[in-house]
Design a protein around this ligand. Sequence first.
Ligand code: ZN
Length: 484
Amino acid sequence: MSVRLTLVCVLVIICLISVSNLQAQPFSDKKLILKTVDYKLDLKIDYQNEKILGSCQLTVLNPSKQPINQIPLTLYRLLKVTSVKDEQGADLSFAQQVLSFEDWEQLQVNYVEVSLKTPIQQGERKTINIQYEGYLLGYSEVGMRYVKDSVDEEFTIIRPDCKAYPEVGYPSWRVTRAAGLQSFDYLVNVTVPESLVVANGGKLVDRVSKNGLVTYSYQNIKPAWRIDVAVAKYGILEDKANRLRVFHFQEDKEGARMVLDAMRKTMELFTDWFGPLRDYQGFAVIEIPEGFGSQADVTCIIQTRSAFKNKAQLYQLYHEISHLWNAEPLDPLPSRFESEGLAMFLQYLVQEKIEHKTDALGKGAQRLSESFRRECQKNPQCKDVPVIDYGKEMLTDLSYSKGMILFYVLYKLVGEDEFFKIIGTFYQKYNQTGATSDDFVNHAREVSSIDLTKFFDEWVYGNESSEYIINEIPIEEIVKKYRQ
Ligand SMILES: [Zn+2]
């Protein structure tokens, strides 16, 4: 080989090595191993420059046998990392680059790889400090229309949907999904002008004013999988006896009274039906503007204005509150029928009980049957995949529609008292350990006075139920199939 050719080869190799620094193998082939166990976030919101300045102390755990040398992070595309340090305050080297998700091209993130000086061994934790700053301009253009997040004195929201704080992750939707939800403790300190109020679903541990600025400190109440912080000129309504709080926009004080009242009634109803919540320490609702998308955390709902303006929208609240009575899913890719299907069913049942809405369940089931039929037309796989496999086949949206109908049939089959007994005793038995979908089925079969084998065979493990919905068999007819 000539000297020149050798030189070219060497140069090509050097180039390849530096390009592959950030991406040795496709992200979609990777597996997220590190678990986030603790998060401390310090945020300053600079309204003048429409920027956020963050400092986060992230603690991860390596549950695997394989030593880990790098921590991969994703962050909003306009947020830049300025430094990363280890626990001793020594600088760690890192690379960052704005990349598209491999399987969702429009979704761009700042992908950051932090190189560690010593690998994290099995069972070990590692804490790093990340300084970052920049802008939030939402993700509306990529199809997440509700993510309109920006820094604005009227309303600012910090949440994972806009990747407003660094999270362990790769730019791959498949890998993110497969990693499942994290479960961590957090402490957030947010500094804003004194005229504003910082809202979070956790416990307010401190509020310190200095030079026209105020810092709110919140700590999570239960292990969290996300951090949501909203900032506006909030008013706060409280029901101290029931430990309920509503953060509301000034002009919606009346609506906030209605929401607080509905929360209290719903909590009372579920407590009566399913028994007390384990370790209840309070619950909050935070009002957000229309179009920003409602969401539930373990101790908080961020709720769009609609439910504050219109009683008919309160079902969203019933739905989210019912999730408090869910056992944590233990399946690696949960079907979610026993959480989302049940929540859909209960949102209608509460409408009947509190609002005295006539046949809310029947009408709801009708609407969701139609939605299931539409999905089956669009994607024939929908009718063939049994409910138990919705998680594996990425069809968990169907747990909302078919899952609701499943619970409606069960309710009609066993009667209201036994239905409440099944759901309540399941929660009381598994709320500490978590449960799989199979645990739910087995528990219901044990508790029920009716033999539910055929019912679950057709609705959870088989797909005869899809035929019943597609052929528009009336609920009463379906129920008869399981009555001996
Ligand atoms: Zn839900």
